[in-house]
Design a protein around this ligand. Sequence first.
Ligand code: NAD
Ligand code: FES
Length: 285
Amino acid sequence: MYAIVNKRCLAEGIYLMDIDAPRMARSSQPGQFLIVRTHEQGERIPLTICDYDAVKGVITIVTQIVGASSRQICIKEKGETLLDVMGPLGHPSEFIHLSKEELAQQHYLFIAGGVGAAPVYPQVKWLHQQGAKADVIIGAKNAGMVILEEEMRKISNELFITTDDGSAGTKGLVTDKLKQLLAEGKKYTHIIAIGPMVMMKFVALATKDSGIPLTVSLNTLMVDGTGMCGACRVSVGGKTKFACVDGPEFNGYVVDFDEAMRRQVMYKTMELDADHKCKIGLDGK
Ligand code: NAD
Ligand code: FES
């Protein structure tokens, strides 16, 4: 059992929780994720690690209500527990292997779409602690859905906000701001995009001729998280990869996003049905 020691609402349907998990807090690194289960029959939900504090022994997760299982996490309150929290899983971000001298040469651009700001945060924080330069674009539907803005402002070199309706920052998509920055002559050494699959696809299309390496983090369906079940299968560079053990980060230019998007919605009807039962209390939880 893992106790929820803090909970806060970041935006409508998006919750941040600090979880008491000392061993995980000591071993987590930027780019990794974990799998949460709320009860014995519960679905296993992959969530990116938003922060970790080895001294306090807590890890921070951010969950958006998108179906029954994420709702079952989000309705938990401070003082309640999650049945299992398994992790950290997946490879950490590649940049953690660079020396201080190599990091000093880099100028990263992070593109965070919606809840994608949560997994971007620990990466930018780690780079900031190493003295490396990272600009960040956070894109959201509207001002109310922009999350972690103040936290990100403290650790990023430059922070740009875009909203689809123009209610905060610049009106438009993250790709509009990206194209503008590149057109202005910004010399980024690496772009890292994390957010909706469709956003990552269009970031890849926008930057493919720029010569700038692009890393994306794939939030596929997952079950075991250990490379056994195949649920997280993706095609990368024409080869089958498992996002849980080979990723979650991949070269964004060779990911088959169309296939990944098709697989992501495979169980949509069942998910909607389960969420309806969860809302009206028929799921027994
Ligand atoms: P959203 O639909 O509000 O999109 C966020 C931003 O992404 C938009 O404001 C826009 O700027 C950009 N975007 C969306 N579609 C685009 C397109 N076609 N072209 C260019 N830019 C586009 O996001 P949301 O509702 O917060 O959903 C967040 C998504 O992020 C969920 O699908 C969730 O599964 C995913 N997610 C991914 C990760 C990961 O590791 N990849 C982690 C957390 C969440
Ligand atoms: Fe089962 Fe990746 S989640 S193989």
